[in-house]
Design a protein around this ligand. Structure first.
Ligand SMILES: Cc1cc2nc3c(=O)[nH]c(=O)nc-3n(C[C@H](O)[C@H](O)[C@H](O)COP(=O)(O)O)c2cc1C
Length: 208
């Protein structure tokens, strides 16, 4: 296979990755999960610091507790001017669900939610975690699995009860959640995630 063919295959995995927000209630085979975690761990890191901490949440009871605590924290948040729109949407979604006696499912009942945490004082914490998450999403796509970046926990991680829970499941002192990714089999007729790329209307390019 030529170098261009190899790059073409990689580009196809990149371009066909889409966010999945409906998952089947089916566990991931261990070998697939191992490959996804390995892809995350082999992401580059600023200065080769390798400070990303992967909290791989598989236990349904713990995921359910995370969902409850995250929503309870969101419900307490007051809207402020200039608030990040997705954060506000999460707050409003959690409040609406609570009014209806429900708990908003921010990770879409995926069988796996991988939170990436890093040193709160480390300059490249978000960049490193983003590299790891993208690597994991691309590997999931190559395995015909669906994935979706999940920021919700990050928004409210300072809530005392949620923070205590995050420590209980392994987040170390001085670490913060920088992002997460939900992964599983897409709940579609053919079992495959949506693949049609969204049109690129931003992300401008200048050839200089
Ligand atoms: C930094 C970042 C944060 C995101 N946070 C969330 C999130 O919390 N929940 C969610 O459902 N999607 C989240 N997304 C997914 C985006 O909404 C999605 O990537 C975007 O709409 C483009 O759609 P596509 O992934 O299907 O190409 C996030 C994506 C990124 C890159």
């Amino acid at each position: 296979m030529s170098d261009c063919q190899k790059a073409g295959m990689l580009l196809s995995v990149i371009k066909t990755r889409r966010s999945t927000r409906r998952f089947k209630d089916a566990e991931l085979p261990q070998d697939m999960l191992d490959m996804i975690i390995e892809a995350g761990r082999y992401a580059p890191s600023g200065g080769n610091n390798q400070k990303t901490h992967f909290l791989v949440m598989l236990d349904k009871a713990l995921l359910s507790r995370l969902k409850e605590l995250t929503n309870a924290a969101l419900v307490k948040v007051e809207e402020e001017p200039g608030m990040y729109r997705s954060f506000l949407n999460s707050v409003n979604g959690a409040k609406k669900a609570a009014e209806e006696g429900k708990v908003r499912d921010f990770y879409y009942e995926a069988p796996v939610l991988i939170l990436t945490a890093s040193d709160e004082n480390y300059y490249n914490r978000f960049a490193d975690c983003a590299c790891a998450i993208e690597n994991m999403m691309l590997t999931a796509n190559a395995l015909d699995l669906g994935s979706c970046w999940i920021n919700t926990v990050r928004f409210v991680q300072d809530d005392p009860e949620l923070n205590e829970f995050l420590r209980e499941v392994g987040m170390k002192e001085g670490e913060v959640v920088c992002g997460g990714v939900a992964i599983g089999f897409a709940d579609t007729e053919d079992g495959l995630p949506a693949r049609e790329p969204l049109p690129r209307t931003g992300n401008l390019v200048e050839l200089i």
